[in-house]
Design a binder for this molecule. Structure first.
Ligand code: SF4
Ligand code: MG
Length: 312
């Protein structure tokens, strides 16, 4: 990884939930400039929590979060505002993110208002997402799901951020519209040099858009690898199970991931040792006692006792 061109977006981020378990624990991520880091996992694995931690929308209660060397844990609200200009969140529920009483243009101008910036950035952002002319004077109820998601993306782009954190940005859309939005995101990335953290349970979408993919399980990264390596040759047993369980591309269905190995454990009462051991087809005695560390192996990181040597 060329660090001069990369963002260290999360470094040992911790969030302690009321029942004293960590929804997200010890996560380190590197996001290369102009690239997409996909984050996948079953629902409840902590993906959305991680996205919100990165944006400071929920506070981490210990550990360090850094963005290009700048600490984001414990910084003042003013400092966070400056950081948020560089890093914007786009999430699944586009309609819910918009104010039904405000026109498209007003919504896209709002972040510029808040930051005291010239409002012409709104027009540029609207054009970039393909919303032209009279479209800007419409209200949310007059727009389709795909158009609403374009407005939300334009709103995020108005501040000319470097990073977009996208949490299930297409999951609520019809499959044909999903492809349009994913292609739009890829065009925007190329045109503006944006970096994406793309959170999704949908492996086929993540595979399409990502350069690297990190797999989350029980609030931790268990494998992190270049996209093609991960899908061609998953090393962590959980990654393997996840890829095997993913529905084959079929536009007529949109199923949740159901694994062959049973339901995930209750995150409030995680198993001892490796969190995956109750479901892992390869578990050995040692796995029940000691949690594997996330270790660098060639171009990947893997947290499994059985994967520690460089692959040969
Ligand atoms: Fe399976 Fe053990 Fe590896 Fe965990 S450490 S994934 S239980 S083999
Ligand atoms: Mg989620």
């Amino acid at each position: 990884t060329d660090l001069a061109r990369s963002y260290q977006v999360g470094r040992a981020g911790f969030l302690r939930k009321p029942r004293s378990f960590f929804a997200v624990d010890g996560v380190t991520l590197t996001l290369n400039k102009g690239e997409t880091l996909g984050i996948v996992g079953e629902s409840g694995c902590g993906k959305s929590t991680l996205a919100r931690l990165l944006l400071g929308l929920i506070p981490a209660d210990r550990g360090v979060l850094t963005l290009q060397g700048q600490q984001t844990l414990g910084v003042s609200e003013t400092e966070w505002r400056a950081l948020r200009r560089r890093m914007q969140l786009v999430y699944q529920d586009a309609a819910g993110a918009l104010d039904p009483r405000m026109s498209v243009r007003t919504q896209v101008e709002e972040p510029l208002h808040i930051h005291g910036l010239p409002l012409d950035g709104a027009e540029r952002a609207l054009q970039a997402v393909g919303l032209f002319g009279a479209m800007a004077d419409r209200y949310p109820h007059e727009l389709s799901g795909g158009q609403l998601q374009r407005v939300v993306i334009a709103r995020a782009l108005a501040l000319e951020p470097e990073i977009l954190v996208l949490d299930e940005p297409v999951s609520a859309l019809d499959v044909s519209i999903q492809a349009q939005i994913v292609n739009l995101l890829m065009d925007l990335q190329r045109d503006f040099g944006l970096s994406y953290v793309f959170v999704s349970h949908d492996l086929s979408v993540v595979r399409h858009i990502s350069n690297r993919v990190a797999v989350m399980y029980l609030g931790r990264i268990v494998e992190d690898a270049p996209r093609d390596q991960l899908f061609a040759d998953p090393k962590h047993p959980y990654t393997r199970v996840l890829i095997d369980a993913a529905p084959k591309p079929d536009p007529s269905t949109r199923r949740a991931i159901r694994l062959e190995v049973g339901d995930p454990p209750n995150p409030a009462d995680p198993p001892a040792g490796c969190g995956f051991h109750p479901r892992c087809p390869l578990a050995v005695d040692h796995c029940r006692k000691e949690a594997p560390e996330l270790r660098r192996v060639a171009e990947r990181r893997v947290a499994c006792h059985l994967v520690s040597e460089p692959f040969g």
